[in-house]
Design a protein around this ligand. Structure first.
Ligand code: ZN
Length: 306
């Protein structure tokens, strides 16, 4: 696959996910259902075509691996319980994210790897020349998730990476602007995580730090960014700013028009302001007011649902 597509790699660092707190409501958690997944040995898999990084992850993790295949993914995890929880979440969020982005399913199976140990993860990622501070990674048709019991990343990582994966499937050959891709992953990933956890009787809340004036990205800089910021505090600011921007845009146009907006922004090479004004009937003052709301929102801490 790597030969046919421009490889798009998105590493999601801890700042992005260390925002989710779980609050149990009184409903029962619907885990422990009968298995819907047929556990297989590696040699029995239809698709064993994984990347060098995938092989390194499997070699570099302590313990053995188990596998299962669906139409959407081949799953690779350490335990059956992990596989079932992760696979249920991935299958559900694939459909949910696709609906929100107005994308049809495609006949292509991805791979989803879950690493159970932060030390194994960091060692493999460093050896592969990748950021070791990440907790999730999407590269082409592979998604890598760290599910160490000491990380707090278990509720947002799969929906977030699913947005990256679906955008790659739909637009992988195009230059998707970084602000748009990460903003969609942050905003839709959170919305999808909320919706999925509600099906399990759980409510998610999050806490986010205020973005300081010195870390705020001027709009022209944000829209032109091609690479992620190096400093964690600026990365956190980038995620908050882009995620909030997408929330304001979707609140303004309606989620049912989001897919068309993304398509226009990707193919048209036009600015967000131009598209909102010419195709969605916003006035210049309305675009300015929306940006102002983003600015006000991210310069405040978030204590609960937002
Ligand atoms: Zn991301």
């Amino acid at each position: 696959m790597a030969g046919r597509f421009r490889v798009v790699e998105r590493v999601c660092v801890k700042n992005c996910f260390h925002i989710a707190l779980l609050m149990l409501c009184s409903c029962a958690v619907v885990d422990g259902q009968d298995s819907a997944f047929d556990i297989k040995h590696w040699r029995a898999l239809d698709d064993r075509d994984i990347s060098a990084l995938g092989r390194a992850v499997m070699r570099g993790s302590a313990g053995s691996w188990i596998h299962a295949e669906t139409e959407l993914f081949t799953y690779h995890t350490a335990t059956r319980q992990r596989l079932e929880r992760v696979a249920r979440e991935a299958e559900w969020t694939y459909a949910d994210v696709s609906r929100r982005l107005g994308l049809r399913a495609v006949e292509e199976r991805g791979h989803l790897f879950v690493v159970e140990n932060e030390g194994d993860w960091a060692r493999v990622m460093r050896a592969a020349g990748r950021r070791a501070d990440g907790v999730a990674l999407h590269v082409g048709r592979e998604i890598f998730i760290l599910r160490d019991q000491h990380t707090g990343a278990s509720y947002v990582d799969i929906p977030h990476e699913m947005v990256h994966y679906r955008l790659w499937q739909a637009y992988g050959r195009e230059d998707l602007p970084l602000w748009l891709e990460e903003g969609l992953a942050v905003f839709l990933g959170w919305e999808s995580a909320l919706a999925y956890q509600q099906t399990r009787g759980l409510n998610l809340y999050r806490q986010q730090e205020a973005v300081e004036e010195t870390d705020w990205f001027p709009w022209s800089e944000l829209f032109a960014m091609k690479t992620y910021p190096d400093k964690p505090v600026r990365t956190a600011a980038f995620y908050r700013q882009t995620g909030r921007l997408l929330k304001e845009v979707v609140d303004g146009i309606g989620e049912e028009r989001l897919g068309a907006l993304v398509e226009t922004l990707v193919h048209g090479q036009q600015s967000l302001r131009h598209v909102l004004e010419t195709e969605y009937g916003w006035s210049a003052a309305e675009v300015d007011a929306m940006k102002e709301r983003v600015e006000q929102a991210v310069k405040q801490p978030v204590q609960r649902a937002d």
